[in-house]
Structures are given as structure tokens and as C-alpha cells.
Write a protein that binds this ligand. Structure first.
Ligand SMILES: *Cc1c(COP(=O)(O)O)cnc(C)c1O
Length: 376
């Protein structure tokens, strides 16, 4: 059996090595390291894949979120509603831009924002909502869009963990997550479902004006070189990374299917156990399994983690401290929030290895050891 890893990038690379090496060499030969042809090619292909009108590549997923918020022309102190049960980047950019993060609880089934809680948190200062499609499952976009329309709010989707996920509306229409709200943001961090070999990110929108602004902000606020209309930043996707992404985007659906197959294997092995809640998939959402996350009921999480580690099986806690309890947000009244579901989940979640290269013997080894520990 191959050694187990949370994400096996090496094995995945072995399968696409010839194409990747060739694409990288072409970039090296061209020396077009910045904004070379693969960057625009990738933006076009990704727009086609997602069904988004505009894709603006940038340097990483955190920048994508920052650039999205910068484009909305908000005022210091304006409020942005976000889950606390997420990766820090979602919320950090809000504070960085002197906006106020307002933390809202999540649904313990989907790990995503609860629309009713979002509506309750709206004040006269609320300007935007950032739903996170956590672990690869969509946030309830249809009700969130209804709320956004009712109160005139922007929606910036944090799609860093859910690229390729389909959202089904009540009329049967389907859209990819990240293309439903005002702006979608994603990350191509190596371990993400569509990952490059370094840092990368992108923004998506259907709004032509916004697309122009996003592009300008990512490029020092300029449309015409050396004429700077607004304060922006420097956030580019490297040509080398775009070359890798062009190859991996073609395989994304295949990669998603491999993740789903591994997830189904876990879920089957753990079904019917009182001590383990397997990932829920809402009728409106697909699940692209960026993470395969269990909720433990009456089982020591530290004990399971330790036991698995002794068998060379990695497991992770995403995330050990919810955002509202991070010291970073103490001055934003973080500790004053009462988010019982977020706290409850934070103490009980554990994620098992999930990636595109998991083999049957590895999955069996993992499930057997989880079951052994649970039944001890
Ligand atoms: C990875 C991630 C980001 C940030 O992406 P980077 O490319 O690492 O900056 C933002 N939000 C979520 C939910 C993520 O998982």
C-alpha cells in the first residue's frame, strides 16, 4: 500500500507529468513569465467551464476575496456578513479593508450559512454577504440571493473549496457555485480541487462593469499602462501556474468523480453508526469533497486522531479555532458572539484523507482503523 497523505499531489503529478513538463518547458522557452498566453487561455477555458461571462485571474484566493471587496466601493465600518466556521482568509480581508465582519452561525448539516441567521444579522450598515461553500458543498444560494435582493446587498461567494460544484435551483436550473452571486472567488492553492503548483486564484462575474474594475484593481488600478485610476494592488496569476491549470482544468470533472468515489466508499463504511455523522448532501447541492469531514458523537476526537496517526493515517481538524474566537478579531467583538453550532462543530469535526489518487486498499485500511477505534 502506498503511504497515506491528506492529499497526494505527487501521484497525481506522475499521471500528468508528460503534459505538465511540456507545458512548463514551453513557458520557459517563451520566457513570457508574466501574462503569457496560457494565462488568457486559462481564463477563457475556466469561464467556459463555469458558465461565467468573465474570469479574472489573480495571485491567490485571499487576494481574490480582497479584490472583490475592493471593487464594491464600500465605506469603512460597512458590515459584511460571513460565517465564523471557515478558513481565516474569508474574514481577514474584511478587517484588512477596515470593514466590519459580522459572524453568523452555520447549519451543522451543511457546515454553511443559515439564511434566517443572515437575515437577523442585517443592519443599516450591512453591504455584503460572503457565503463559503465549505468542504465542497454549496451554501444555500437561492435563499441567500433572495435576502440579498430584498436588502440590496452584494454577495461575494468564497468558492475556494468548491470549484466544479453544481447548485440546483428550485426551478431545476443549475449553475456552478461561484457564478451565482455578484462575484465569485477561488483559490488554486496546490491542495485545492483545482490546484496549481504554487499560488493562484481567480474571480468570476457576469457583470461587465465589475469585471473591468476587478481587472483594473488587480493591476495597480490601471487600464492603460502608467495611468492609474484608482488604488489597486498587484495580483497576477503566473504564466507557469496557468500552464499547469490548463492541463488540470481538463481533468477537473474526472478528479471530482475520483473524490466522490472515495467519499462514497467512506460513507458506506460508516453508515448507520451512531458515533459518526457522515457528510450530508442537500438536495440543492452537489458535493465535490474538497474535504471529507465527519462529525463525531461521543467519541474522543483527540483519541481517534492519535490512534490513526499511530497507524500512519493522517487526519485533520478544519478548523481548530473558529474565526470569531481568533485573537485577530478580539477588537471586533469576536468573543462576544454566540454561535452555538459553530462551537459545537469545532469540537467534533475531523477530516480524513481525500484526493484524486486514493486506492481501494488505502480506503479499506483507513475505514477499518476508524471502525476499530470506534468499536473499542
Ligand atoms: C484556501 C482558501 C482561501 C484562500 O486561498 P489562498 O489561495 O490560500 O489565498 C480562502 N477561503 C477558503 C474557504 C479557502 O479554503
Amino acid at each position: 500500500m502506498r503511504p497515506l497523505q491528506m492529499v497526494d499531489l505527487k501521484q497525481q503529478y506522475e499521471h500528468i507529468k508528460k503534459d505538465v513538463d511540456q507545458a512548463l518547458h514551453e513557458v520557459l522557452d517563451s520566457c513570457a513569465f508574466i501574462n503569457g498566453k496560457p494565462v488568457q487561455d486559462f481564463a477563457n477555458s475556466l469561464a467556459g467551464y463555469l458558465g461565467a461571462k468573465y474570469v479574472i485571474p489573480c495571485a491567490n484566493g485571499t487576494d481574490a476575496l480582497q479584490i472583490a471587496l475592493m471593487s464594491l466601493q464600500l465605506q469603512p465600518g460597512d458590515e459584511v456578513i460571513t460565517p465564523s466556521f471557515t478558513y481565516i482568509a474569508t474574514t481577514e480581508v474584511i478587517a484588512l479593508l477596515r470593514l466590519k465582519p459580522v459572524f453568523v452561525d452555520v447549519d451543522p448539516k451543511t457546515f454553511c450559512l443559515v439564511p434566517e441567521e443572515v437575515e437577523k444579522a442585517i443592519t443599516a450598515k450591512t453591504k455584503a454577504i460572503i457565503p463559503v461553500h465549505l468542504y465542497g458543498h454549496a451554501a444555500p444560494m437561492e435563499p441567500l440571493m433572495r435576502i440579498a435582493e430584498k436588502y440590496g446587498l452584494f454577495i461575494v461567494e468564497d468558492n475556494a473549496q468548491a470549484i466544479g460544484c453544481d447548485y440546483t435551483f428550485s426551478n431545476g436550473d443549475k449553475r456552478k457555485t461561484g457564478t451565482i452571486g455578484t462575484i465569485g472567488c477561488t483559490s488554486f492553492f496546490p491542495s485545492k480541487n483545482l490546484g496549481c503548483y504554487g499560488d493562484g486564484g481567480a474571480l468570476f462575474t457576469d457583470d461587465e462593469n465589475l469585471a473591468g474594475r476587478l481587472k483594473m484593481i488587480a493591476n495597480h488600478g490601471q487600464k492603460v499602462r502608467y495611468y492609474h485610476e484608482m488604488v489597486g494592488c498587484n495580483s497576477r496569476l503566473d504564466t507557469l501556474q496557468a500552464a499547469v491549470l490548463n492541463i488540470k482544468l481538463k481533468k477537473l470533472d474526472e478528479y471530482t468523480a475520483a473524490r466522490q468515489k472515495a467519499a462514497a466508499c467512506y460513507t458506506e463504511a460508516f453508515s448507520g453508526l451512531e458515533q459518526i455523522t457522515t457528510p450530508y448532501i442537500a438536495p440543492y447541492s452537489d458535493h465535490v469533497f474538497h474535504q471529507y469531514t465527519l462529525i463525531l458523537n461521543g467519541v474522543s476526537r483527540d483519541g481517534l486522531h492519535q490512534y490513526l496517526a499511530e497507524q500512519q493515517i493522517p487526519s485533520m481538524i478544519y478548523y481548530p479555532v473558529p474565526v470569531h474566537r481568533q485573537q485577530m478579531f478580539a477588537s471586533f467583538g469576536g468573543g462576544d458572539y454566540r454561535l452555538p453550532q459553530t462551537d459545537w462543530l469545532t469540537e467534533r469535526v475531523i477530516s480524513l484523507p481525500i484526493h484524486t489518487e486514493l486506492e481501494t486498499d488505502q480506503l479499506e485500511f483507513i475505514t477499518q482503523h476508524v471502525l476499530t477505534y470506534i468499536n473499542k
